[in-house]
Write a protein that binds this ligand. Structure first.
Ligand SMILES: Nc1nc2c(ncn2[C@@H]2O[C@H](COP(=O)(O)OP(=O)(O)OP(=O)(O)O)[C@@H](O)[C@H]2O)c(=O)[nH]1
Ligand SMILES: [Mg+2]
Ligand SMILES: [Zn+2]
Length: 288
């Protein structure tokens, strides 16, 4: 039988199959070989007469994100809040990079439209104008149809800071879930990491995954040229004078020309420079 892992807790994997949900253990050899099944994995399982079921094989993964580990994602729904917690734009840009490098399509979601600040709305529209994006409110229902359209038929995973409303959006789209939703702490206006595990729900001809966010990005390679490919803005640039230009301090740079023409958001560009420098640093120290 084949199915998808929808949840993994304490060594048990819950597998959704066309014969319903089946609780499995992983084959012993997986552990010896250091293989860990993850949420989103397509697996082949056997059910024994005793009722015991086991995962025999993990089918090849199209992609894998870590912390939390999830596999086979079509779209990453990168959620920011229009109000509190204050948007972590750098994290959002890193998530775009992470998604793009893994051949996952990023979709930008600005939640809490009901109380969104104009400055945040403007920055969101300006910085992500070349990405698919929706402005929504889990509370009022505004924009939810657009979000539904963006996820239908796809395996979509929510990502973003704690308390931006990932679980609230899941609940708004699938009221029967009734997932726990957290508060912001009064002191820091940050979230409390209410969601603890990644979990997948088949729906809308695809699936939705709620996660505890992704607080880290861990590209497999730190190739600055691949990084530049994650910036659709750069495609409008005229060729740079130097091949392999990093678009940071080189003369005759087409990307910096876009910047001075006002065709590239300065904020997006500044964060690009941070991420690019981080790539260079990590590449140099990868084998330290
Ligand atoms: N005003 C407003 N508040 C919202 C909206 N969506 C969520 N919230 C509130 O934001 C807080 C956090 O919501 P959650 O859904 O738990 O956020 P999360 O992203 O799942 O957080 P973690 O599970 O900790 O990563 C809760 O107090 C929600 O009621 C919205 O559209 N508008
Ligand atoms: Mg949550
Ligand atoms: Zn350049």
């Amino acid at each position: 039988m084949e199915g998808s892992i929808i949840k993994g807790v304490g060594g048990f994997y819950y597998v959704s199959t066309d014969q319903g949900e089946i609780t499995c253990k992983a084959k012993g050899v997986f552990r010896r070989e250091g293989i860990t099944p993850v949420v989103g994995d397509r697996v082949r399982i056997t059910r024994h007469d005793s009722g015991y079921a086991q995962i025999d094989e993990i089918l090849p993964r199209r992609n894998l994100l870590i912390r939390p580990a999830v596999a086979n994602i079509d779209r990453l729904l990168i959620v920011l809040s229009g109000h509190l917690p204050e948007p972590d734009w750098l994290l959002a840009d890193k998530l775009i990079v992470q998604a793009t490098l893994n051949h996952i399509e990023p979709v930008m979601v600005l939640n809490k439209a009901d109380e969104a600040e104009d400055a945040i709305l403007e920055a969101f529209e300006r910085d992500y104008r070349l990405f698919p994006r929706v402005v929504v409110s889990a509370l009022s229902g505004e924009g939810l149809q657009g979000l539904k359209d963006a996820i239908t038929g796809k395996v979509c995973c929510f990502a973003g800071q704690s308390a931006v409303g990932k679980s609230s959006l899941m609940n708004a789209l699938l009221p029967e879930l009734d997932l726990p939703v957290g508060e912001l702490t009064r002191k820091t206006d940050r979230g409390k990491h209410t969601t603890r595990h990644a979990q997948l729900w088949p729906c809308f001809g695809g699936a939705l995954l709620d996660t505890p966010g992704f607080s880290l990005y861990e590209p497999e390679s730190f190739d600055e040229l691949l990084l530049q490919g994650c910036y659709p803005e750069f495609k409008a640039a005229s060729p740079c004078r130097f091949p392999g230009c990093m678009h940071i301090s080189e003369p005759g740079c087409g990307v910096k020309a876009l910047l001075s023409d006002g065709q590239l958001s300065p904020a997006r560009y500044e964060r690009y420079v941070q991420i690019a420098k981080d790539f260079t640093f990590r590449r140099k120290h990868q084998y330290d």
